[in-house]
Design a protein around this ligand. Structure first.
Ligand SMILES: [Zn+2]
Length: 73
């Protein structure tokens, strides 16, 4: 389900979140990117989640919507 070992590692260490947005119940989503991948950081209350479209490590498209859009090109 992940593009590279670094991302898998980041999810294991919970600095990265993979899953549906509505399952996030311990923090808030900072930006409005339609994705299932989020960078997770401790905030003053709970966690902040930054949605990302691309893997920060290998640069591959992550989000389903973007992946489908790229496939059509
Ligand atoms: Zn990657």
């Amino acid at each position: 389900m992940t593009c590279c070992n670094l991302l898998e590692n980041a999810i294991e260490r919970e600095v990265f979140y993979f899953g549906p947005q509505h399952r996030i119940d311990d923090g808030r989503i900072v930006n409005e990117v339609s994705t299932e991948y989020f960078i997770r950081a401790a905030a003053s209350r709970g966690y902040d989640y930054w949605g990302v479209n691309y893997c920060p490590f290998c640069g591959r498209a992550l989000s389903l919507g973007l992946w489908q859009a790229e496939k059509k090109k």
